[in-house]
Design a binder for this molecule. Structure first.
Ligand code: KE4
Length: 426
């Protein structure tokens, strides 16, 4: 493959944009090569500036569940654009999208549209603090909730110590209000809640983790979080920016049967445009200005063009009852191909990650938390990524990300992918 045009674009970008990209993972740092620059996308295909064609299993990190440039979505967005791009005033479409979201996720009794997953989670945490009057929150190592200061933290030296910033520029004081537990480890959650009794506003969790690679909640873990937060007067926030409308039309609460107090959605809900949502129990969301005293605002919140993309995407998902079964089946076939090549695979619906686990001790072939994920062989992953890319298959450029299957990945393309996986891992 030739990447001359991408290289030239990268050279032009570097002096103007940090790392030449507008989001770090796009720089391909983890896979030891420069990024390609995308020209256009259609269905399951990405086309780069040099005309190379890739079968896309990143799907813009999740939004592309229908495949790229779905005709119905594009036509609706084009029509919306002709009517104006932004008004800073309420529109009927925002009400329609809120009604659709409530229909799909009944727990979303009241909600606010915002412009990114980061903004959704940041706002949900603020509402939880405003509603409970408490300041601390608990998150999990390996869960990612966007780049707001209070959530860019990692576990301190010991589990019981305060979290420390996971980025320069995050004040220690912000990090100190965020406690870090171990995913799938009930003891770590119980200890933090006991140690900080009456002080924890919320537990924020990815109900199926997808930012340390895909890691499923072990049986009973989410139910445990639900019980212990209720007992403690702490709110439970499901960060469904990835899992929402991905695992099921009703997201993780439908997929797992566990119900949270607040939810955040992004990616699919905006059909690939800058739109995300936070919401949940009406008594909690009634704290949000102008109803209540928790302030949150946004010039582009509920942007009519982004909302149009979201409405059309949700309508297509709601009309096609077989889509989730199709996506799950295809993902299972891919998972089997990776397992047959000796990798450990975690899969939930159309989300999966193939892990290059070290074959050490009794943890062989299991990735159940961040520590397991960190033990994977990242060099082997990078070599596999580049072999797949050379063969025209684009998977996420990091061991700690998910593979996304879309409805545009036909059975034939899945079959072809399995063959390439076998070649690349032989
Ligand atoms: P955004 O601000 O990137 O829209 O959403 C932040 C976010 C919040 N919560 C979860 C569970 C998320 O996965 C994300 C963002 N996901 C990453 C991919 N793992 C976005 C890709 C990127 O950072 O470029």
């Amino acid at each position: 493959m030739n990447w001359d045009k991408s290289e030239n674009l990268f050279d032009r970008a570097l002096p103007l944009i940090p790392g030449g990209v507008n989001s770090p993972v796009r720089a391909f740092g983890a896979v030891g090569r420069h990024p390609f620059f995308v020209e256009k996308a259609e269905g399951p295909w990405l086309y780069d500036a040099d005309g190379n064609k890739y079968l896309d299993y990143v799907c813009s990190w999740g939004p592309g569940i229908l495949g790229h440039a779905h005709p119905r979505v594009i036509e609706a967005v084009q029509r919306a654009c002709a009517g104006g791009l932004s008004f800073g005033a309420p529109t009927a479409k925002e009400v329609e999208l809120a009604e659709l979201i409530h229909t799909c996720v009944p727990d979303m009794e009241m909600m606010r549209l915002v412009s990114s997953g980061t903004e959704a989670v940041m706002s949900a945490v603020r509402v939880a603090r405003g509603f409970t009057g408490r300041e601390k929150i608990i998150k999990f190592a390996g869960n990612y909730h966007g780049h707001s200061d209070g959530l860019l933290v990692k576990a301190g030296s010991g589990l019981m110590t305060q979290s420390v910033p996971d980025s320069a520029g995050v004040p220690a004081g912000y990090a100190a209000q965020t406690l870090t537990a171990v995913y799938n480890d009930e003891k770590s959650v119980r200890a933090l809640l006991e140690e900080n009794h009456g002080q924890v506003a919320a537990v924020v969790v990815e109900p199926v983790a997808a930012n340390m690679g895909v890691v499923l909640p072990q049986k009973g873990f989410l139910e445990f979080l639900r019980r212990i937060t209720q007992k403690e007067g702490t709110l439970l926030i499901f960060d469904e920016v990835i899992t929402g409308f991905r695992l099921a039309l009703g997201g993780a609460s439908q997929y797992t049967g566990v119900h949270a107090d607040l939810y955040t959605f992004g990616k699919i809900v905006g059909g690939g445009m800058p739109l995300a949502v936070y919401g949940g129990r009406r008594d909690i969301m009634s704290c949000v200005a102008p109803l209540g005293t928790v302030y949150q605002a946004g010039t582009l919140s509920g942007n009519p063009v982004a909302v149009t993309a979201g409405i059309e995407t949700l309508k297509i998902l709601m009309e096609d009852s077989g889509i989730y079964e199709r996506l799950d089946r295809r993902a299972q076939i891919l998972a089997e191909a990776y397992r047959n090549s000796g990798l450990t695979v975690n899969q939930a619906g159309s989300l999966l990650t193939a892990f290059f686990t070290p074959d050490i001790g009794e943890r062989k072939g299991r990735v159940e938390d961040y520590e397991d994920a960190c033990a994977c062989d990242r060099k082997a992953f990078a070599a596999y990524f580049n072999r797949m890319l050379e063969r025209g298959i684009y998977v996420a450029p990091s061991q700690f990300e998910a593979m996304f299957v879309s409805d545009a990945h036909t059975d034939d393309l899945i079959k072809m992918t399995c063959e390439v996986i076998g070649e690349c891992l032989a």
